[in-house]
Design a protein around this ligand. Structure first.
Ligand SMILES: O=c1ccn([C@H]2C[C@H](O)[C@@H](CO)O2)c(=O)[nH]1
Ligand SMILES: [Zn+2]
Length: 130
């Protein structure tokens, strides 16, 4: 993945990953697609639980898949959902992403496929890091 093409690929993968969401409680289907320094792409979707509090966000699913595949250097993540407006990662996800990608880009995607690009550091100012 080179040049600008990776952005479109990441956005498309995040939109598609929503299909894998398990969200019977909220109905909010979130998809994430994470690009690592090696050029590998990892997807994730939210996995809810009857206890509610044990729900896992799409972004953290993608992050743990990457790390457990040996990829610890995150370049960018795209996040999409099935609601109006842009899908921004929650605070917990921002912190977990920061551990492996302090310089990474975050593409927040609308259901239409339009997206905005942010720097993770802009979403998590004065971050607590290693
Ligand atoms: O960063 C976030 C925030 C929320 N969700 C999911 C969790 C839950 O299933 C639903 C509503 O919070 O959205 C994510 O996947 N990522
Ligand atoms: Zn989250």
């Amino acid at each position: 993945m080179t040049g600008a093409a990776w952005r479109q690929e990441l956005v498309a993968a995040a939109l598609a990953a929503r299909e894998q969401a398990y969200a019977p409680y909220s109905g909010i289907r979130v998809g994430a697609a994470l690009l690592t320094r090696e050029g590998r792409l990892f997807t994730g979707a939210n996995v809810e639980n009857a206890s509610y509090g044990l729900t896992i966000c799409a972004e953290r699913v993608a992050a743990v898949k990457a790390v457990t595949a040996g990829c610890r250097d995150f370049v960018a993540i795209a996040v999409a959902w099935n609601r109006e407006g842009f899908c921004y990662p929650c605070g917990a996800c921002r912190q977990v992403l920061y551990e492996f990608g302090p310089q990474m880009r975050v593409l927040v995607v609308e259901a239409s496929g339009d997206y905005r690009e942010e720097a993770l550091v802009a979403l998590l100012p004065h971050a607590f890091g290693k």
